[in-house]
Design a protein around this ligand. Structure first.
Ligand SMILES: Nc1ncnc2c1ncn2[C@@H]1O[C@H](COP(=O)(O)OP(=O)(O)O)[C@@H](O)[C@H]1O
Ligand SMILES: [Mg+2]
Length: 315
C-alpha cells in the first residue's frame, strides 16, 4: 500500500515574545498509508492538535516537510488540497458556529468548493449526508444548541463528509462525549472509512480508543514520537517506558497483555514545553533513567520491522 501522507522532521514552535518558545511539535516523522488509520496517543498538552493542524497547513510549520500523495505540500498553495484533507474536531460544542443552521454548517464546504449545481442539488446533497450520519432532513433548519453532544459530533462528521475528502484528521472526536455515545461515533467513523476508503490520522489521549481504531500507532511525548508500531505489537510488546505507562493505564486489563511486561507508573507531571529537560525528555519521570539519558537525546530507531523506539534502554 502506498503512502498518502508523510511528514519528515516536522516542527511547530510557538514563539511567545523574544526568548520564550513552546516547542509543541519538535521533529516528528511518520507516514500514513492509503486506507489505513494511523493513531497518535499522548497526554493532553503534548502537541497532538498542533501536529494535526500543521499537517493540514492550518498552522505553518517551523521546520520539516509534509508530503501528500508523493507531493511536497510544505510550501504550496493549499487550495487544491483543501478538498482532499479534512478535520473532525474534539469539541463539537466549540467547533460548530452557533448562529448557523445545520443545513448551512454542512452546506458551507459544498459552497466553498462549488460542489452543487443548483440550490435544489445543494439541498438534496445536504439531506443525503444528514441521513447518512443518522440525522434527518427535518432537523436541517435547527441550530447546534438544539442537539446533544453525540448529535453535534454527527454534524461535524457530516461537514467532513460533505466534500468527499481522502484524508481526515480525527482530533479526539469522542473525548468530549459520554462513554455511552463514544462507541456510536467510533462505529460511524469506521463505517465511513470502509464505505468511502478514507485514510485517518486518529488522535486521542486514551490508548484503548486509539488501539481500537488504528492499524498502527505513534506514541507522542512532549512534541516527539517515542514509539511507533502496529497496534497489537504496541499494546502487547511496547517497550518504551512511556508506552508501558499508557498500557498500564488501560482500564480493563487485557488477559493477553497481562504477561507482556511489568506495570510502569511514572512519577510527577510532565515538564513544561517551555523548559524541556536535557537529553531524553522522559528522564525526569522515568524509572529506568541513567546518566546517558541526561546527556543525549535518543532518536527513533527500528528495533524490529515496523517497530521504532526512541529510548537508550530499549535499543
Ligand atoms: N496558539 C498557541 N500559542 C501558544 N501555545 C500554544 C498554542 N496552541 C497550543 N499551544 C501550546 O502547545 C502545546 C501543545 O498543545 P496541543 O497541541 O493543544 O496539545 P494536545 O492536543 O496534545 O493536548 C501546549 O503546551 C499548548 O499550551
Ligand atoms: Mg488536543
Amino acid at each position: 500500500m502506498s503512502k498518502l501522507v508523510e511528514v519528515e522532521d516536522l516542527k511547530l514552535h510557538f514563539k511567545l515574545g523574544r526568548r520564550l518558545c513552546v516547542k509543541a511539535v519538535d521533529g516528528i516523522s511518520f507516514y500514513v498509508k492509503k486506507g489505513e488509520t494511523f493513531g497518535i496517543v499522548g497526554e493532553s498538552g503534548c502537541g497532538k492538535t498542533t501536529m494535526g493542524k500543521t499537517i493540514l497547513r492550518l498552522l505553518e510549520p517551523t521546520g520539516g516537510k509534509i508530503f501528500y500523495d508523493g507531493e511536497d505540500i510544505t510550501n504550496v498553495n493549499m487550495q487544491k488540497y483543501r478538498k482532499k484533507m479534512q478535520i473532525v474536531f474534539q469539541d463539537p460544542y466549540a467547533s460548530l458556529n452557533p448562529r448557523m443552521t445545520i443545513a448551512n454548517i454542512v452546506g458551507e464546504p459544498i459552497d466553498i468548493h462549488n460542489l452543487a449545481a443548483t440550490p435544489q442539488d445543494r439541498k438534496d446533497k445536504i439531506n443525503e449526508i444528514l441521513q447518512h450520519v443518522g440525522l434527518n432532513s427535518e432537523q436541517a433548519n435547527r441550530f447546534p444548541h438544539e442537539f446533544s453532544g453525540g448529535q453535534r459530533q454527527r454534524i461535524g462528521i457530516a461537514r467532513m463528509l460533505a466534500i468527499s475528502p481522502e484524508f481526515v484528521v480525527c482530533d479526539e472526536p469522542v473525548s468530549a462525549l459520554d462513554v455511552s455515545i463514544q462507541a456510536q461515533i467510533i462505529n460511524l467513523l469506521h463505517q465511513f472509512q470502509e464505505e468511502f476508503g478514507l485514510t485517518y490520522l486518529f488522535i486521542a489521549h486514551d490508548l484503548s480508543i486509539v488501539r481500537y481504531m488504528s492499524n498502527r500507532i505513534g506514541v507522542m511525548y512532549l512534541g516527539k514520537l517515542v514509539e511507533v508500531a502496529e497496534s497489537d505489537e504496541l499494546v502487547f510488546h511496547g517497550v518504551h517506558p512511556y508506552t508501558k505507562s499508557l498500557i498500564s493505564a488501560i482500564p480493563i486489563p487485557d488477559p493477553k497483555a497481562k504477561n507482556c511486561g511489568e506495570k510502569v507508573i511514572l512519577s510527577g507531571d510532565f515538564p513544561s514545553l517551555l523548559n524541556l529537560p536535557s537529553g531524553c525528555r522522559l528522564r525526569t519521570r522515568c524509572p529506568c533513567a541513567r546518566e546517558l539519558c541526561e546527556d543525549s537525546e535518543p532518536i527513533l530507531q527500528e528495533i524490529s520491522p515496523g517497530h521504532l523506539v526512541a529510548c537508550h534502554n530499549c535499543q
